[in-house]
Design a binder for this molecule. Sequence first.
Ligand SMILES: Cc1cc2nc3c(=O)[nH]c(=O)nc-3n(C[C@H](O)[C@H](O)[C@H](O)COP(=O)(O)OP(=O)(O)OC[C@H]3O[C@@H](n4cnc5c(N)ncnc54)[C@H](O)[C@@H]3O)c2cc1C
Length: 415
Amino acid sequence: MNKNTPLTIGVIGSGVIGTLTAYTLKKKNYSVSLFDENLPGTQTSMGNAGTFAHYACIPINSEDILKKLPFLLFSDSSPLSIQWKNLFSIYPWLIKFLQNCSKEKVNNIITKLSIILQKASIANNNLFNEINFGSLINNNETLYLYETEKDFLRDKKNNDLRKSKNIDLTEISTREINEIEPNLNKNFYRGTLFKGSKFTTNPLKFVNKIYEEFLKNNGKFFNKKIIKIKNEENEIIIQDNLNDSYTFDKLIICTGSFSNKLTKMLDETFPMISERGYHLMYNNCKNIISRPISVVNQGIYYIPMEEGLRAAGTVEIGMNDKSINTKRTNWMHKNTISNFNINNDPNKVWLGYRPTLPDSLPVIGKSKNNANIIYNFGHQHLGLTLATISAEIILNIIEDKKNRDFEAFSPNRFN
Ligand SMILES: Cc1cc2nc3c(=O)[nH]c(=O)nc-3n(C[C@H](O)[C@H](O)[C@H](O)COP(=O)(O)OP(=O)(O)OC[C@H]3O[C@@H](n4cnc5c(N)ncnc54)[C@H](O)[C@@H]3O)c2cc1C
C-alpha cells in the first residue's frame, strides 16, 4: 500500500457502536464504509433508556446471585427472568456467568467497568462539545428511587461501592424527591441522584446526528446485509446478500447481539446471549417527569423522551427471537400505573437485545485469527454510554497505540 493512501476500513453494523466507530475513524481521514442491513440506529440502539450511565459500574453478576436465583427467575415480580424455551442455547453462558460471580471476579468486573466508565464520561462530554446535539442531550441527573427502607438498605452496599469508585452521588429524602418530581403517585422512602449524569431524549435521533456528521465527512453507507467474510492475510473481502464484494485493509465488526453469526466465519464463537429488554411508550404522558428515574427494586427506568414517557427495562436472559413475553410487559405496565397516575395502555411495546458476555464486559480487540479484523460488541446495558470510548479504543488499536486499561476487553479472554 502506498504510504499516502489512507487505510480502507469497513465497519459492519450501524447501531450506536458501529456509527460512532465509523464517525471516529472517518474524522481521522481513513476511508470508511459502514454497512447495515437496516438503517442506522434503528435496532436495539433506538429503544434504550437513553442514559449516559457513567455511574453504572455494578454488573448483574453478584456474589449472592445463587441465593437470589430462585426469586429472580421464578417470581412474577422479579426484574430478571429467563427464556426457558431457549435454555439449551443459554446453558453454556449461564455456567460461565455463575463462574463470574465470585467475590473476586465481581470486584474485578466493577474495577474494569468503573475505569472505562470514567473515561467514557470524558469522551462523551467531548463528543457533546464537538457535535451540536441541541435539546437531544439533557443535563437533568438520573434519580434512583427506593420504595421502602429495606430496598434502600439492600442497595446501600452498591452505593458504597459506587462511592469507592469516585462516583458522585447524593442521597435525597422523600420531601426532596417530591419537590423535584411532583408527579409521582406515591411517597418513596429515599432517592439517589447521580451527579453530572446526562441523557438523550431520543436515542435514534442521537445516532442519526452522528451518522449525518459521518456522511458530511465523506463516509459511505451501504444498506446491505453482510453474509460472508473472507479471511485473507493482507486484505479482507466481505460479500453482501446481493453478491457484491468489497475489499478493505481493516474490518470492524459492531453487530451487537448478532455478532456471533459473523465471527463464526472466522472460526471464533463468543459465549454471548441477549439480555432481552422491553420498553413501553406512553405518548400522552410527556413531561410527567423531568429526568430518568429508576425504581430500583422493579428494575424499570422511566425517561421523559421527546415522544412521551418511556418505561424501559427488565432483563430476560434469552436469544434474539422476536417473541414478546407479555408476562413481562404486563408486569411493567402494572408497575407504571402504580408509580404514576396513568390510566391508559401504552401506545407501543418494543423489544431489544442487549449483547452480553458472562463477565458483563464488552469484547473490544483484534480477532485471534486475523489481526486486521477487530471486534467491538457486547456492551450489554451500557452501549450508549460506552460507544464513544469504545470507538476511541478501536482507533488506538488501528494506530497501534497500546493501553493496558483496556486489555480486559480482549476477545482472547474466553480461550
Ligand atoms: C431496554 C433497554 C434499555 C437500555 N438502556 C440503556 C441506557 O440507558 N444506557 C446505555 O448505555 N445502554 C442502554 N441499553 C443498552 C444499549 O441499547 C445497547 O448496548 C446498544 O444499543 C448496543 O448497540 P450495538 O450498536 O452494539 O447494537 P445494535 O443497536 O443492535 O446494532 C447492531 C446493528 O448491526 C446490524 N447487523 C447485524 N448483523 C448484520 C449483518 N450481517 N450485516 C449488516 N448489518 C448487520 C443490525 O441491523 C444493527 O443495526 C439498553 C438496552 C435495552 C434493551
